[in-house]
Each structure stands twice: as structure tokens, then as C-alpha cells.
Design a protein around this ligand. Structure first.
Ligand code: GTP
Ligand code: GTP
Ligand code: MG
Ligand code: MG
Lengths: 287, 279
């Protein structure tokens, strides 16, 4: 784990007051390993370690070399991560997209709960007409927290996703926040990507959130880019952070979508949603 | 002439990056690279063979070793094992367990086996309804209990049903769970103790990165895995996660999930996967 080996190598730096190339190389190697194990994109790890090495060596004499290198690492990562995205406590339509099984449906309910606790009136629309019992799953979650729910059952058979969502938005006119659940999909499913593209164009949701599993590996940037190209992502939610995954894929997703992380999912219950905090996220990532 | 460290460095680094970019976990890749380096350094270099080619072949062999260390033919296992066979599917949340059970059920039916499904995810919203739909689509009997019931009891009842009705295979769906939850992992252990499954299959997804190692390891340590199925290879064709899982569990990979349809299950082929990884 980084913290122990990093502690060890910067302890060596602490032994001397000057930062020499040898020590920096060692520290950078440790950081590289930690970032790769945290699932940060390989190309980004290379880029970051070059900048860290460069910046660390620029200042040959520092009062506290150990703190200097750690400070550089944090600053460089923070530059990529950016600030948390604030989802406003206001009237809006929120569209949730992402790969299969990442936690979109669960997170729709968690978000509804979040707005409910803040005193707003949320409502949920199910636009997943593919997955068996997707509606049933979301309906049960909404019933538990007393949030109104709309799905294809409210319309005659065979209506498309756009029609279902438009009908739901109309039905929930008196509600502040309308949260739209969509089916899982990936970059190579052309028709499915086209579906959310059309949904965005016709429904115009103010928020378009990418729901990402914390354990996603090197696919993060490719997938984030596809979703961003299709609908323009306005924020990211990282789920399953109660596991052991470090969420490094989030860094790639943030830079691809040119947005930031809004929330973090930390469990299976409807209350397991926390606002994103970058320093907590980074200290967890670096072990 | 003899192969030296210097000429091996560049091709080894190149392949290391390629494997990492294909989602093979760092700890596994590092071990692989250092093993290949040890095997090749000091080796006599044949005429006309370059270091790059030698390294690629050595990596290929090492990968095949990891993947084929344990072989298990699922179809043979089902044919030869005393019936009813009880197979449990476990794994973290959202990896494709429920969908995979439907695919395996379809495959078993196509080979003329009789199947009954245990809806032992009694926890997640809509879980029973989801697998109920799959069972109905496939014309398969499903045994379920009330929401919140003891999953071990559902499996137990399903095995009883299988014995009474001469069903050959019981496929048990369990709730997704994090290996970090002591209670939930203990619940899996209880299912194991009470129902004594013939096979426990770990289901994970190809989209996962380095965490694939940790969770496979922990599931194997805390519950015990007999084999794995890797899903969502249609999303991430490179399947580096297969290396991570095979290496950390030393258990065979049975199938690959390549989509959401009932036919989207293919028998694991190590050579095919390694070719993809090294292409
Ligand atoms: N431990 C944990 N589990 C989560 C979290 N968020 C979601 N889950 C679980 O992950 C699994 C998948 O969640 P879903 O909400 O069905 O995922 P989805 O993205 O809607 O899936 P598809 O609609 O099939 O694409 C379920 O078992 C959820 O309970 C989280 O933050 N932590
Ligand atoms: N693209 C793709 N999607 C898959 C594959 N296998 C499963 N899925 C999808 O992944 C999502 C989750 O599948 P489930 O079968 O519900 O996963 P699970 O492990 O049972 O989830 P929990 O019970 O909530 O832990 C669904 O949208 C499935 O259609 C696959 O091989 N490829
Ligand atoms: Mg869903
Ligand atoms: Mg399931």
C-alpha cells in the first residue's frame, strides 16, 4: 500500500534536507504503483508522475522535503479531480445514465431521498423498458420512501422511451425534481447511445448524471467519452465506495466529461449517498 | 549470444503497459513480468529470433499457465455428478449473477437437463421479480420465499423440491454483497454450510480493474470459490480481469458473458482470451 512505502521513502528524504533525483524517482515509482492499483488511467499516471517529478525536483532545497512531495502529489491530483459538482436544490429534471449494473436505479431512489430530506418534492420516472422487473425494482424503492413513481404501465402498450418520459414529466408537473432512470448501456451499443441522445434532445433534462462503479478499470475514459458525446454529462456519481475499489476511474471520467463528481454511493440502503469531498476521496485513493 | 537485462527491458515494459491497459491487475502483471524476466535472462539466444518475439512468447505461455492451471469442463461435471446438483452464484453487487443464471439455465436446458431455480436473493428490491421473469421466459420452475426470508432456507427448499421432482440441477441466485461486509459474507457461509453446494461460482465483470483481485481473493478466503464466470466481455473485450481472477483464486474460469441475451454465454477459451490480450 502506498502509505507505508511512501512513508518509508519520504522518511529517507526527511533524513536529508535536499531532494535528490534518486529519492524523487523512488517516491514517484511508489506513487505510480498506488495510482495504477487505484485504477487511474495508465496514460494519466505517466503524465502525473512526470509533473510530480518535475515539480519536486524544481525546488532543490526545502524546509520539509517530505511534506513538499506529498503536497505536490495532492495538488496534481486535485487539479485533475477538480471541485465537487453542486446539484442545485431547485426545480429540475435529472437524467441518470451509465454502464450495466453500476447502481443507477438504486441511486435514483437515493437522490429522491436526498431532495426529500432537503424539503423539495421529488418524483421518479422509469425509462428502462428492457431489464426484467426494472420498473418493479424502482417502484418498490420509491414506495418505501413515499416518492411518486411513473413508468410505461401508465401508458398504452408499445410507447417509446421518449413518450414515457414526456408523459411522466407532464404527470409530475407539480413536483420540483424529476429523476429519470435509464437502462444500462455501453459505448458500442449504437442504438442505445442514440436512445439517450434523443431522450436528452426531446426532454431537455437540466442535469445529466453519469453513474460510475468505483471499481471500473481502464474502460472509464472510453465509456465516459461515449456518454459525454451522446448527451453532455453535467455530473458524476461514484457508487459502491463501501467496497475496496479506489475509484481511480473517476479521474478519467472527470477529465473526459469536463465536469466533476457530485455524490458518492456508500451502500445499498436509500440513505447511503454522501456529497462528494475531494480530499476524503484522494486520501482514500492514496491509501 | 545470451539474452541480457538491457535488451529485455523495452519489450517487457511495452507488454506490461499493454496488459495494464487491458485491465489486468498490477500485482498480477508485476509478478508475471518478473517471472518472465527471470526465465529469459541468461538464456541462449537462437539465430534470427529477436528479444521482442521471445518476450511475447514467454508472456503468452505464462498467461496461458495462469488461465489453464485449473481446468473444469462444466458440461462434463453436470453429466457425471450425482443428482441433484446444487450450484450457487455469488459475487459483489451488479456483476451479472442473476442474468448469468438465466444463461446457464438456458444452456443446461439445451443439453437436455432439467433445471429449477432458487430465488435466494431475498433482500434487493425487485430481485425475486427479476429472476421470476427469467424463469418464466425459459419455462423453468422457480422456488421463492417471502421478501426478507433466510436465503439458506430458499436454497434448502429448492434442493428438496429437486429431489422430490427429479430435477437435475438447482441454480441458486444470491444477493450481491461487498466482501467488506462481515455479516453478509457470513450469510454466504451459512448458505454453504446448510445447503452444501456441489459448486460455488464467483461471478465478476470484465469492466472491473484492480479490485477484481481483492474481491476474488476475499470471496475465496471467506466463502470458498470453486469456479468463476466473467461477464460483460462485450463491453471490455480485452478481459484482463480474467487474468486477475484466475491468478488470485487459482480456480478455473468456466464461461464468459458476452451480452444480455440468454445465448450470450460462451465456454471459456484461454487461447482466445490470451490472443485478444496480446493483440
Ligand atoms: N454496496 C453497494 N451496492 C450498491 C451501491 N449502489 C448500488 N448498489 C447495488 O448494486 C446493484 C446494482 O444496482 P442497480 O441500481 O440495479 O444498478 P443499475 O445501474 O440500475 O443496473 P442496470 O439497470 O441493470 O444497468 C444492486 O445490488 C444495488 O443494491 C453502493 O453504493 N454500494
Ligand atoms: N453488456 C452486458 N451486460 C450484462 C452482462 N451480464 C449481465 N449484464 C447486465 O448487467 C446488469 C446487472 O445484471 P444482474 O444480473 O442484475 O446482476 P446481479 O449480479 O444479479 O446484480 P445484483 O443482484 O444486484 O447484485 C443488467 O443490466 C444485465 O443485463 C453481459 O455479459 N454483458
Ligand atoms: Mg437499473
Ligand atoms: Mg441479482
Amino acid at each position: 500500500k502506498l502509505s507505508n512505502s511512501l512513508k518509508e521513502t519520504v522518511r529517507k528524504i526527511a533524513m536529508s534536507n535536499r531532494i535528490d533525483k534518486h529519492i524523487v524517482d523512488e517516491v514517484v515509482r511508489d506513487i505510480q504503483r498506488a495510482l495504477i492499483q487505484a485504477d487511474v488511467k495508465i496514460a494519466l499516471v505517466k503524465e502525473l508522475s512526470n509533473r510530480i517529478r518535475e515539480r519536486s525536483l524544481k525546488e532543490k532545497m526545502v524546509l520539509n522535503p517530505r511534506e513538499h512531495v506529498i503536497k505536490v502529489v495532492y495538488e496534481e491530483l486535485m487539479t485533475v479531480l477538480g471541485k465537487a459538482v453542486e446539484v442545485p436544490l431547485a426545480s429540475q429534471k435529472i437524467m441518470m445514465v451509465g454502464l450495466h449494473g453500476t447502481g443507477k436505479t438504486s441511486t435514483c431512489a437515493k437522490l429522491a431521498r436526498y431532495f426529500q430530506k432537503k424539503g423539495l418534492k421529488p418524483a421518479v420516472i422509469c425509462a428502462d423498458v428492457y431489464r426484467p422487473a426494472a420498473s418493479e425494482q424502482l417502484r418498490q424503492l420509491c414506495d418505501r420512501i413515499g416518492v411518486p413513481f411513473f413508468d410505461s404501465a401508465n401508458l398504452p402498450q408499445g410507447k417509446g422511451v421518449v413518450e414515457i418520459v414526456k408523459a411522466g414529466v407532464e404527470e409530475f408537473e407539480k413536483y420540483d425534481v424529476k429523476i429519470i432512470d435509464t437502462a444500462g448501456r455501453h459505448a458500442l451499443e449504437q442504438e442505445m447511445i442514440e436512445e439517450i441522445h434523443e431522450l436528452r434532445a426531446k426532454v431537455k433534462p437540466e442535469q445529466r448524471i453519469l453513474v460510475l462503479d468505483a471499481s471500473i478499470g481502464q474502460q472509464a475514459s472510453v465509456q465516459a467519452r461515449a456518454f459525454d458525446d451522446a448527451i453532455g454529462i453535467t455530473g458524476i456519481i461514484i457508487t459502491k465506495m463501501d467496497g475496496t475499489a479506489k475509484g481511480g476511474g473517476a479521474l478519467s471520467a472527470v477529465s473526459e466529461t469536463d465536469t466533476g463528481i457530485a455524490f458518492v454511493g456508500t451502500g445499498e440502503t436509500v440513505d447511503d449517498l454522501e456529497k462528494f469531498e475531494s480530499d476524503r476521496f484522494l486520501s482514500r485513493m492514496l491509501g | 549470444t545470451v539474452l541480457g537485462e538491457k535488451e529485455l527491458r523495452a519489450p517487457l515494459e511495452e507488454l506490461e503497459v499493454a496488459l495494464l491497459e487491458n485491465d489486468a491487475a498490477l500485482s498480477v502483471v508485476e509478478e508475471l513480468i518478473s517471472q518472465v524476466k527471470r526465465d529469459l535472462v541468461g538464456k541462449r539466444k537462437k539465430w534470427g529470433v529477436d528479444a521482442e518475439g521471445l518476450v511475447k512468447n514467454a508472456i503468452r505461455d505464462a498467461l496461458l499457465n495462469i488461465l489453464s492451471a485449473q481446468k473444469l469442463d462444466f458440461d462434463e461435471f453436470v453429466s457425471n455428478r450425482e443428482k441433484p446438483i446444487n450450484i450457487a452464484f455469488i459475487g459483489v453487487n451488479g456483476t451479472g449473477k442473476t442474468t448469468t443464471i438465466a444463461k446457464v439455465a438456458k444452456r443446461l436446458l439445451s443439453y437436455g437437463h432439467s433445471v429449477v431455480i432458487a430465488a435466494a436473493d431475498t433482500y434487493r428490491a425487485g430481485a425475486t421479480e427479476q429472476i421470476e421473469q427469467h424463469a418464466s421466459n425459459l419455462g423453468i420452475k422457480l422456488i421463492k420465499h417471502q421478501y426478507g426470508a433466510d436465503p439458506a432456507a430458499v436454497v434448502y427448499d429448492t434442493v428438496k423440491y429437486a429431489k422430490a421432482n427429479r430435477k437435475e440441477v438447482v441454480l441458486s441466485d444470491t444477493a450481491g454483497r461487498m466482501h467488506t461486509s462481515v455479516n453478509l459474507m457470513e450469510q454466504l457461509n451459512k448458505i454453504r454450510r446448510v445447503t452444501k453446494p456441489d459448486m460455488v461460482i464467483f461471478v465478476d465483470e470484465a469492466v472491473a480493474g484492480n479490485d477484481a483481485v481483492e474481491r476474488a481473493k476475499r470471496f475465496d478466503e471467506l466463502v470458498g470459490i470453486d469456479a468463476s464466470i466473467l461477464t460483460k466481455l462485450d463491453i471490455d473485450e480485452n478481459g484482463g480481469a480474467a487474468i486477475s481472477i484466475a491468478h488470485s483464486t487459482s480456480k478455473p474460469i468456466l464461461f464468459l458473458g458476452i451480452g444480455q441475451g440468454y445465448e450470450d454465454l460462451k465456454k471459456f477459451d484461454a487461447e482466445w482470451l490470451v490472443d485478444k490480450l496480446l493483440s
